[in-house]
Design a binder for this molecule. Structure first.
Ligand code: ADP
Length: 302
């Protein structure tokens, strides 16, 4: 079921358009990664969805949202650099956040207990936040963002400032939470997106340049490459190999003939048959795969 529809969203700062005509739809229960290099416009999109920035153009619509509704009711948002009152305990901070979301003291306390348990820091609830590790602070930030039971949880670069342990803690928590809610998070690291998200929105220079489910995109960009090495002059083998039905194209890089193929099994058969028939002095045959990472780098570096 559709949760959120964003239509032709644009945002300019001082006349400079940094988010350009962006449209997308989210479905309930998915985890979506908004991925792109620094400066692509990720934070601007998240802040606009969170109701903290006014769009220059376009619309943001939650399903069943009433016209006068405050969008913040639907959204939980953890900014890239959250500010915590370090003198408060985790519990005090959660109750304070709950009160800001109009929960009663008793409701806020109850909800705080449940969420601190859920994010795995209940044992530290009476400790001052100043004594928390980076990963614990981020987990507290996530708990605080969902205190009012939003429909969409948005996390801006939730793991980028963490050490490897904190990173692992938060990625694991995100995997657990995505079973219960829709999550949109930004990142500039593809492996983080691949690890937790079901869908990907790839942003570059304020525009969505690719989107789709992880499964679809992996399939789309995973081409196979066969690397061949021959004794002597390599160039003379390129043309006949290119002419084989299963070969898409090839290039010579250093002393290696790199052959892109559509069907790896068929190509292996064809190439080896050609090599045997012609008695070519083949010295090396290696399979390689291009991946989403290659696609990402290509888009990002132009
Ligand atoms: P990302 O989160 O992908 O790194 P941002 O949304 O932070 O990208 O920034 C997108 C572009 O908008 C950048 O060129 C950035 O310099 C610019 N920008 C962001 N915030 C402001 C602002 N408050 N005023 C002017 N320009 C801004």
């Amino acid at each position: 079921m559709t949760l959120l529809t964003v239509n032709k969203l644009s945002k300019s700062y001082d006349g400079k358009n940094v988010v350009k005509d962006v449209s997308f739809e989210f479905h309930n229960g998915k985890c979506i990664a908004l991925i792109g290099p620094n400066g692509a416009g990720k934070t601007t999109i998240l802040r606009t969805l969170a109701g903290l920035l006014k769009p220059s153009a376009g619309t943001i619509q939650f399903s069943n949202m009433k016209e006068k509704d405050d969008i913040r009711k639907y959204i939980g948002y953890l900014p890239q650099y959250p500010v915590f009152y370090t003198w408060m305990t985790g519990m005090e901070f959660m109750i304070y956040s709950g009160r800001l979301s109009y929960l009663s003291e008793a409701e806020a306390k109850k909800r705080a207990e449940t969420l601190l348990e859920k994010v795995g820091i209940i044992d530290a609830k009476d400790r001052k936040i100043g004594k928390y590790s980076g990963g614990m602070k981020q987990r507290l930030g996530i708990a605080q963002a969902i205190i009012h039971k939003p429909k969409l949880l948005m996390l801006d670069e939730p793991v980028s400032s963490l050490d490897p342990i904190g990173r692992r803690e938060v990625l694991t928590l995100m995997k657990e939470l995505k079973e219960e809610m829709t999550i949109l998070f930004s990142t500039h690291i593809l492996s983080d997106a691949e690890e937790v998200s079901d869908e990907l929105l790839l942003l570059n220079k304020g525009e969505i340049v690719e989107s789709g489910s992880m499964v679809e995109l992996r399939k789309k960009y995973q081409t196979s490459i066969i690397k061949l090495e021959f004794q002597g002059d390599l160039a003379k083998y390129q043309e006949p190999i290119n002419a084989l039905a299963s070969v898409a194209n090839s290039s010579i890089e250093r002393d290696v003939l790199q052959v892109s193929v559509s069907d790896i099994a068929e190509a292996r058969q064809e190439i080896l048959t050609y090599v045997l028939k012609e008695g070519c002095p083949l010295t090396s045959f290696t399979l390689d795969r291009a991946s989403l990472e290659d696609m990402f780098m290509k888009v990002v570096t132009g």
